[in-house]
Design a protein around this ligand. Structure first.
Ligand SMILES: Cc1cc2nc3c(=O)[nH]c(=O)nc-3n(C[C@H](O)[C@H](O)[C@H](O)COP(=O)(O)OP(=O)(O)OC[C@H]3O[C@@H](n4cnc5c(N)ncnc54)[C@H](O)[C@@H]3O)c2cc1C
Length: 519
């Protein structure tokens, strides 16, 4: 997946079947679906793939136990089916994880015992291991750092866990594998309309500064919390349909949760859900839910959010985490759709929404990572009908995502690359120095940087440290120390000079500040 190739195709393609705006879970899913049906597809992302909400999730592929409690069975059914499919289609990135609900009070027990059995049953043949009630002793054996005082028992259930931005990168690669094109750093600045219909967009290559005109039969707006800005390019008076709610996480050393199980707290004292999840040998704790008006590309966790997470985590962990223990913090913005617009042509599920404007702009928003494939299927089905394309069936139910393999990887640290791990090992064979780590505290080697630039369209230090590897989330300070090494390797690959390197490191430091807790 090379950026030059994408630009070349943009310059030499007169018209596409699909132009997808937005390179998060939703847009990538739509582009994969359309390409799999044999349509010509271009996806443009204004920043890097998954720079938005899609790299900032809790990293769960889940049915949503809490929706079950709200009685939203159809939503849970759909998500559980998608959970099962994603485990099959991207086994190198998604794995089963045990979650334990610690029961400290008698009235919480019955629902989470019986409710989990319903959850197991709803998953049908795509189900993971069955849930079970654990004794107090067994609960503490699985999670030795759980607060023992007042603990009565635990309820264990299984869900999926994944690496969100790695999946996004692999989906972008899948688009190429299917003959489609995806490109980062290419914002849509305006839509092109002819006879009141949207027929394409003008996009700007942020690297060369060049503008391109892209024509397409279908234009899909999959821009998450930026949905309304693109809708307003179509109709300046368009009603706002998306609001944003911020969710933050803190990352702690593994010692806070040394076992293999995650903790799920269904209601904190103020009624929220809290997860503490082992991830890449660290622990991710979150999340929050704070409505925000000001939509930023780089949202930062608020002090109150960090306070909420640490205070509540302290109630369930025998050693309370403090601000000093925090290795990184990150925030994401949930795109929440206000439904009920008279102009909307379809609201296909309570979870995600598809809107088609009078000029034919198809907007898809809402949902969650877990259901991205189903969202895409619904969007492409609607698009085919709207644009009068021949009706082709969806092909993604069993489509293997780039990197797919069920084989164990020789070097476990390269496991997330799946089938591509062998090619990274070849890079090391050709240049053994690439086996050196980029930083003693981070689990990444130089060959991964080279791979990210050559094959995964990484263009700068942040792309590598935040989304191709997860250094920024696993240790913000360590990642800043690794930035010069990463910049050197990128510069070597892309032929950049010293001035570029200095600026790349400075730009990265500025972003990483927002992931560190200031004392
Ligand atoms: C805190 C939190 C935790 C979550 N945890 C989970 C979880 O554990 N499991 C789960 O299944 N889901 C989870 N979700 C939900 C999931 O992350 C989101 O539903 C999903 O990532 C949304 O993807 P998206 O593509 O719609 O939006 P985004 O990822 O934000 O993508 C939209 C993209 O559009 C681009 N864009 C905007 N304007 C333009 C333009 N003019 N031109 C080109 N590109 C443009 C943006 O740069 C952005 O990259 C969580 C969400 C949050 C906030």
């Amino acid at each position: 997946m090379r950026r030059e190739k994408a630009i070349d195709r943009i310059e030499n393609t007169k018209s596409w079947d699909f132009l997808v705006i937005g390179g998060g879970a939703t847009g990538l899913g739509v582009a994969v679906d359309a390409a799999a049906r044999g349509y010509s597809v271009l996806l443009v992302e204004q920043d890097d793939f998954a720079k938005g909400t899609s790299s900032r999730s809790t990293k769960l592929v889940h049915g949503g136990v809490r929706y079950l409690k709200q009685g939203n069975i159809s939503l849970v059914l759909e998500a559980l089916r998608e959970r099962g499919l994603l485990c099959e289609n991207a086994p190198h990135l998604v794995h089963h994880l045990s979650f334990i609900v610690p029961i400290y009070s008698w009235w919480e027990g019955p629902f989470y015992g019986i409710g989990m059995k319903i959850y197991d049953r709803l998953a049908g043949k795509l189900g993971l291991n069955p849930s079970e009630v654990l004794s107090r002793e067994e609960t503490l054996r699985r999670i030795p750092t759980l607060e023992p005082s007042g603990l009565q028992r635990g309820v264990e259930y299984y869900d999926g866990q994944f690496d969100d931005s790695r999946l996004a990168v692999n989906l972008a690669q899948t688009i190429f594998d299917l003959g489609g094109t995806a490109v980062n750093y290419m914002p849509v600045n305006a839509l092109i309309k002819e006879e009141d219909l949207v027929v394409g967009a003008t996009v700007r290559d942020l690297e060369s500064g060049k503008e391109h005109t892209v024509r397409a039969k279908v234009v899909v707006n999959a821009t998450g919390v930026f949905t309304d800005s693109v809708r307003k390019m179509d109709e300046p008076d368009a009603r706002s349909v998306v609001t944003a709610s911020q969710g933050s996480h803190v990352v702690l050393p593994k010692s806070f949760l040394p076992g293999k199980s995650a903790i799920m707290v269904p209601h904190t004292p103020d009624g929220r859900v809290l997860f503490a999840v082992p991830w890449h040998d660290y622990v991710v704790v979150g999340t929050t839910d704070v409505p925000v008006d000001n939509i930023q590309r780089e949202p930062t966790p608020m002090d109150e959010e960090i306070g909420f997470i640490l205070t509540n985590a302290a109630k369930y962990l025998s050693k309370p985490p403090t601000r000093k223990d925090v290795l990184s913090v990150f925030a994401g913005l949930r795109p929440l759709v206000k439904v009920g617009d008279a102009k909307s042509t379809a609201a296909l599920s309570r979870d995600h929404t598809i809107l088609i404007s009078n000029s034919g702009l198809l907007t898809i928003a809402g949902g969650k990572w877990t259901t991205y494939r189903k969202m895409a299927e619904d969007a492409v089905d609607q698009a085919q009908t709207m644009a009068g394309l021949d009706e082709r069936p969806c092909k993604t139910v069993h489509l293997q995502i780039h990197g797919w393999t069920k084989q164990a990887i020789d070097k476990p640290s390269l496991g997330v690359y799946g089938a591509d791990a062998a090619a990274i090992e070849e890079l090391i064979s050709a240049e053994p120095a690439l086996e050196e780590k980029i930083h003693p505290e981070l689990p990444y080697i130089k060959a991964e940087v080279v791979w990210a630039v050559r094959q995964e369209m990484a263009r700068n230090v942040e792309d590598v440290l935040s989304r191709r590897t997860r250094g920024l989330l696993l240790g913000a300070r360590a990642s800043v120390e690794a930035a010069p090494v990463v910049a050197d390797l990128i510069a070597r690959e892309l032929g950049r000079d010293e001035a570029w390197k200095d600026k790349a490191v400075a730009d990265y430091k500025a972003v990483a500040q927002g992931y560190m807790l200031q004392d």
